[in-house]
Design a protein around this ligand. Structure first.
Ligand SMILES: N=C(N)NCCCCNCCCN
Ligand SMILES: [Mn+2]
Ligand SMILES: [Mn+2]
Length: 300
């Protein structure tokens, strides 16, 4: 039993669990041990680089809590997510204010999850988008498909290379192909970086299913898929670090994910930038619904 587990007084019933994790709140789903799982969920509750609305540290907890509102049966696919083998290893023990230290712990934890069960699909709940860098570095996808209001292609922001506004650029620098959907915020520098480095992106105003398929069809696999919750139109996701009007509809993202999960090999999935302090907040409800759709569509 490691320091954190004994510190929090948590027993995991003998199952192997990563070093830097602690249990917060269980989803209303029957969970299994990581060794037996087809999906492993890890929360990344870091919010140290958020510049506008704080509270992403509570995102993973709020998403899990919001699953209480949902039927586990997903009509669209005739799948009951309560029948899937899902493990939830809890949340990463973050280092408050230290994005790089936290990224190291996150990467180490994703490695541990691969060792415990390399065939399960890892799913991350955030937490700031900055955290996505850790699983991408460890899981080594050839492409990164992201839904985001923001380009996240800054070289640095507020003194940090690992600010959430830089994450897509850091990932591109790993040699990963990057395609971004639902964009309506960026700087001239970011647009130029995209042009010079073959980062493809689609403005929220130009978004369509056909535009999505056109772009992702030729991307090399496997793919890491990331949903920055702020991609949705602001009324669907008011509790997020940097909300932006004019976003995508819920079904736009669901339909894109349906195509991806059916046609492409996926090594990891995340839902990031959920924030707030209020149980049942709209953003968490949107994220929980998306999580259940994602689980169910991959099990179709
Ligand atoms: N990826 C992100 N979430 N980026 C948000 C960057 C914040 C831009 N604030 C601009 C404020 C100018 N007054
Ligand atoms: Mn983002
Ligand atoms: Mn964003």
């Amino acid at each position: 039993m490691n320091l954190y587990k004994s510190f929090f007084g948590i027993s995991f019933g003998g199952a192997m669990e990563p070093l830097y994790t602690f249990r917060t709140f269980d989803m209303e789903l029957p969970l299994v041990n990581p060794e037996e799982a087809d999906y492993i969920i890890l929360g990344l509750p870091f919010d140290g680089t958020t510049s506008y609305k704080p509270g992403a540290r509570f995102g993973p907890l709020l998403i899990r809590q919001a699953t209480l509102n949902l039927e586990s049966y997903v009509l669209d696919y005739d799948v009951d997510v309560a029948q899937l083998r899902i493990a939830d290893v809890g949340d990463l023990v973050v280092m408050a204010g230290d994005v790089e230290g936290t990224l190291e712990r996150a990467a180490r934890t994703v490695e541990e999850l691969r060792e415990i069960n390399g065939s399960a699909l890892p799913i991350f709940l955030g937490g700031e988008h900055s955290m996505t860098y850790a699983p991408v570095r460890v899981l080594r996808p050839r492409s990164y498909v992201v839904f985001d209001a923001h380009l996240d292609l800054r070289n640095e922001y507020e003194g940090s290379l690992f600010n959430h506004a830089c994450v897509a650029r850091r990932i591109r620098e790993l040699g990963v192909e990057v395609a971004i959907f639902g964009v309506r915020s960026g700087t001239k520098e970011e647009i130029e970086f995209a042009r010079e480095n073959n980062v493809e992106w689609v403005h929220a105003r130009d978004y369509s299913f056909d535009a999505f398929v056109d772009l992702v069809l030729s991307l090399p696999e496997p793919i890491y898929v990331s949903v920055d919750i702020d991609v949705f139109d602001a009324p669907l996701v008011p509790e997020t670090g940097t909300p932006e009007a004019g976003g995508l509809r819920f079904w736009d993202v669901v339909e894109a994910l349906e195509w991806l999960t059916e046609r492409k090999s996926i090594v990891g999935f995340d839902i990031m930038e959920v924030a707030g302090t209020e149980i049942g907040n709209v953003t968490a409800l949107t994220a929980a619904k998306l999580l259940f759709y994602f689980l169910a569509m991959t099990a179709r």
